[in-house]
Write a protein that binds this ligand. Structure first.
Ligand SMILES: C[S@@+](CC[C@H](N)C(=O)[O-])C[C@H]1O[C@@H](n2cnc3c(N)ncnc32)[C@H](O)[C@@H]1O
Length: 281
């Protein structure tokens, strides 16, 4: 090897080592933004945007055998809410949202179809938060479900604290690149990952990107008190937003660490693209 090629290789190696060291440091700092904490214990976060996805109230653990997946990869510890306590838990969640949003803040609450009526009724009766609209997220559940037909729509409640909020007309996902950029129906596939611990109900990156870009600005503070895998934090960081989040399940943090490694070290967004084309085959 000639001398200049040798020094180029050394420089490249040094660059990679520094990058890996920097990423390690970044991941360490990001992990501190995931707290193992009850949603009722958060005060004055002062968030611009809350994106949160409460348990479904359907005795869900993500370990059911009606999924085509290796349940051994799914982490334990998911805290479900029973139907009998569902209304009370949603009330607590709304109080958590009100306490932790800034005046011009807003929240997006996900809901499966089963107990959506409870969420809707609680929101419209709640003092201090206003229901502004509802969106639908449709996704690719049926192909991995043994029992058919299977339901593949989530509802997303959009609520605000005051009369002013952030909204950007366009996002950079497929949602605004093709056709009418309306926010009624969002069609995003789930980005299943292979060879890493899984969290039941993890939200896909592109869906979060669409919501984050429409409902927040760079450097906005995004909060998720029921964060599971921490995917809201991953997407927030990658889109240059600040975030803070928590979950009662400490195993969620293990998945979060793997996701950070995936997106920061392994060019996860490019891998996601490749995985998505698999559905078309
Ligand atoms: C539907 S999952 C959220 C999944 C998450 N959106 C993701 O992308 O991975 C709901 C989460 O709420 C958590 N949870 C339930 N009750 C809680 C509470 N009182 N405080 C904090 N987390 C709670 C569960 O452990 C579960 O991880």
């Amino acid at each position: 090897m000639n001398k200049s090629l040798f020094s180029e290789n050394i420089a490249l190696l040094k660059h990679r080592t520094t990058k890996t060291r920097n990423n390690k440091e970044i991941i360490k700092n990001l992990l501190d933004k995931y707290l193992v904490k009850d949603m009722n214990d958060w005060y004055k976060v002062n968030a611009d945007l809350i994106i949160t996805d409460p348990p479904f109230g359907i005795k869900f653990s993500g370990k059911s055998t009606n999924y085509h997946r290796n349940v051994n990869n799914v982490v334990n510890g998911y805290v479900e809410w029973s139907v009998s306590e569902y209304g009370e838990k949603i009330q607590q969640l709304l109080e958590c949202i009100k306490r932790n949003l800034k005046k011009s803040g807003q929240a997006l609450i996900f809901s499966g179809w089963n107990n959506s009526n409870i969420i809707h009724n609680k929101i419209i009766r709640f003092q201090g938060l206003t229901l502004r609209g509802k969106m639908y997220w449709t996704y690719n559940f049926a192909p991995v479900c043994r029992k058919k037909p299977s339901h593949n729509v989530y509802e997303i409640y959009w609520i605000t604290k005051g009369n002013r909020w952030i909204y950007n007309n366009r996002c950079s996902t497929i949602h605004c690149q093709r056709g009418e950029p309306n926010l009624s129906t969002l069609n995003f596939k789930r980005d299943y990952k292979v060879n890493m611990p899984k969290y039941p109900t993890r939200l896909p990156f592109k869906l979060l990107q669409c919501l984050i870009e429409h409902f927040s600005n760079k450097n906005s503070l995004i909060f998720d008190p029921l964060c599971g895998s921490g995917m809201v934090g991953v997407a927030s960081y990658m889109l240059e937003r600040n975030f803070i989040m928590g979950d009662l399940n400490k195993n969620g943090k293990i998945v979060f660490k793997h996701l950070l490694d995936y997106y920061l070290n392994k060019k996860g967004l490019i891998q996601d693209q490749k995985l998505l084309t698999w559905w078309k085959k």
